[in-house]
Design a protein around this ligand. Sequence first.
Ligand code: ASP
Ligand code: MG
Length: 417
Amino acid sequence: MKVYKFGGASVKDARGVRNLLDIVSGETELFIIVSAMGKTTNALEAVFSAMQRGDEAAALASIDASYAYHRTIIDELMGADRTIEDVDKLFEQLRNIVRNTIYRSSEAELWYDTIVAYGEIISTTIISNYLNGHGVKNRWVDMRRAFLTEQRHKDANVNLEATEIRLKREIAGSDVSVFVGQGFIGGAPDGTTTTLGREGSDYSAAIVANVLGAESMSVWKDVDGILNADPKIFPDARKIERLNYMDTIEMAYSGAQIIHPKTIKPLQQKNIPLYVRPFGDKHASGSVITGDVERAYEPIMIQKSNQVLLKLHSRDLSFVLEEKFAKVFNTFDSHRIKTNIVHNSAVDLYMSVDSSWHIDDAILELEAEGFDVEKSEDVEMVTIRYYNEELYHRYAFDERIIIKQVTPHSLRFVRHK
Ligand code: ASP
Ligand code: MG
């Protein structure tokens, strides 16, 4: 079995879907994981926010806009006189959720997951249907049933042992050997829908590869492969041909938009190679990530925006005590806030964390625990892995830098934007 993953940008229009058909035509023993089309997840997040505000009309209007977008793709693929009934039904289900839910803020994550999961359910319904009509016979797999996740919404981890049994059951006895399943979603023990974190479809594909013992996983993207920097930010970015799992995890964790950070572990466990391949050219080599590549000493530069810098000052001057640290990390963990950089002195603790809905709640809790907290939102984090002297001098003395950390392999800092 091979696993192919197609992200939202690859299937954002009819042309993309036709290109997907071209890539998978003739393949057998293939599991295809697809994300929501284009920016659908963002659109569904807007549906959820409207529901959160109690604005049913705005929520329904966003659903209609999303329907129109998908309708255009279907029309272009199949002709305006044909429809995919299942897609119409899915949109109706979504409208009914908005109309019938009595929203409580304590269930925010549950309703978020229930709504945004439709992006992938709809995209795979369209793609499975289209492939079936164009010579690629396949079975649509409902990943809400195939993936058992933890009972945690919006950023769930997948239980590999249980999923192996479930997924194999879902594909057993099939008369076809091509499967189409949703990235990003799963099901909790209580039967509700979960999501695996934004951009989590890569992780989904890696789980499928792991539990089915796939020979390889390929992510088809709108880039030539993995670059050593984001060309929009750092000009003269170059493609990296081969990379090891460890450097990939570090890059992803530092904010490189190449692959979801959770993707590597399930692949590494079974030593499955990961190919990052250009969607527009199925014969190009792309980049390959495996366990046995020598470290890449080419500098890798990553910038992560969406950071919030918090400065915690302990009012009783007692940061020296370990339990204070434990308290802070537990508070962040309970609000699911992800920490990227930590820097401490005797009485102060600086942390750069991913921006999240819950930061202000966490701050209130910390203030009640005896901390003064300052928050700055106009910051970004930069990581230069395998920096050299020239890069060090070019970047490390920037006046905008607030925190800087240097290890033999990496230079990392948080700076004002
Ligand atoms: N559709 C989801 C998102 O946009 C998952 C993914 O694309 O991987 O975050
Ligand atoms: Mg995506």
